[in-house]
Design a protein. Sequence first.
Length: 518
Amino acid sequence: MRSKTIRAPDTVMLTFLLLITLAVTVISGWSLWQSWQHNVEETERQARNQSISLARQAEDTFLQVQLTLDEMSRRADDIFANPAAWRGIRGLLAQQQRQLPQLHGLFVYDTQGDWLATSSSYVPAQANNADRDYFTWHSQHNDDRLHIGRVIRSRSTGDLVIPVSVRLNNNEGRFRGVALATIRVDYFRQFYGYYEMGPTDTLGLTLADSTVLYVRPFSDAFINKTLASSPLFTRMLKISPVGGGTWRSALDGVTRIFGYASLARYPLVVSAGYDRSSLRAVWWRNNLPVLALNGVLLCAVFVFGILVLRQIRASLRYQRELIVLRDELTRSNHILQDLALVDGLTGLGNRRQFDIYLEQCVARSTKTGVPVSLILCDIDFFKAYNDTLGHVAGDQCLAAVGEILRYLPLRNTDRVSRYGGEEFAIILPGASEYAAEQVALRAVMAVRNAALPHPATQLATKFLTISAGVGTVAGESASVATLKNMADEALYQAKHAGRDCIATQSGRCDLPPSPLEA
């Protein structure tokens, strides 16, 4: 018996130490994993923001070139009538070229591809560019849009340039020639070189068809290669024009954390990629002190484990501490329960709060016979809003509509909630159908009068609107399902009737015309 009594504390101590070791290991591993995930997310966010910044720079670069080409197109008659005034380093084309640092040269070709005017001082003998892809494209397509081609080598200087061209037509609309601006690849090489990045991190500019125009830090041999097999073009751009992710590069097979952004005005895509293995190596170096500290703490647990077990007699004091902790946890749980009833995006009541309050109101109605009304509101063409402006703007839109509905003139017993997605609900206990209709009218008008832009809406005003459906029940026949179905059917009728209006069980109710429409 004495042996068993002696061994029992040893067993308890060993079990305790093993549990502590397991707990420290699991917590440390989980903390490290969370830290790595946070590092990846931050890097992806940085890459995405960097891509957006570079996309704006690229758009400005090509927009300046487009404006120059537009000016050349407007003055095409003068160029063809007096080409000598436009050619050469003292010509008008050279004057325009010197205003834009990104330009390598400006050129005008006639219908045969012969050089009519150029900003360069050097013109090759029998110069003709009819064999260039951009010239062939313009001669075969009666399209006045800007054409951005694959990288070519200049015949006048031998430099790598990006051809940007427009078709020139005569007064009858027939092909007259081509106006060309060439952008130096070295311009992007120099600009991208300003960014401090690792030796295997990348910044790239590609055409929308996946052709590489320039990628730092790769050599010129990678220019004009295709990235058609890259997840960027097979999957990501189909999901969103701006985003990020982790995938293996189609150029060198290195796995990187990418951010990308496609240009709205031009068929170009900018990307930034950070080598994941290099990022992980830096992360490990930064976390080595944490790992060492955890090891020291674990050893300390073993050293002091026996001392802790000897304090069993102090269990009553620990129990009192646990009671205090339990009370604090109870208070925390009450706070969490309150937070669980609030929608985190809009600050309104969430679906759970809606269901609880609606159940209470309907139950009261069945006992007292007092009516209860429900208004379901839905943002018109919200999917198109998300697809056009992105999910971040969509969240901001939901928050804005929630803010408008929150400050409607309502009674203390009325409750505004986010019903789900782009739908909101207003519970009106004690309100008749007519009273609920008036509240719905105020809600729709309030959103309309806020004049929030909605470029993707099918309504003429191009502002954000909502539609609303009103349902009312009362007495013993009242039920939550019936009330929801009434409001949902009315909302469907409002949507079907053209949106930006309300509908009740009695039919549609049109709103007065908006001042913006007038």
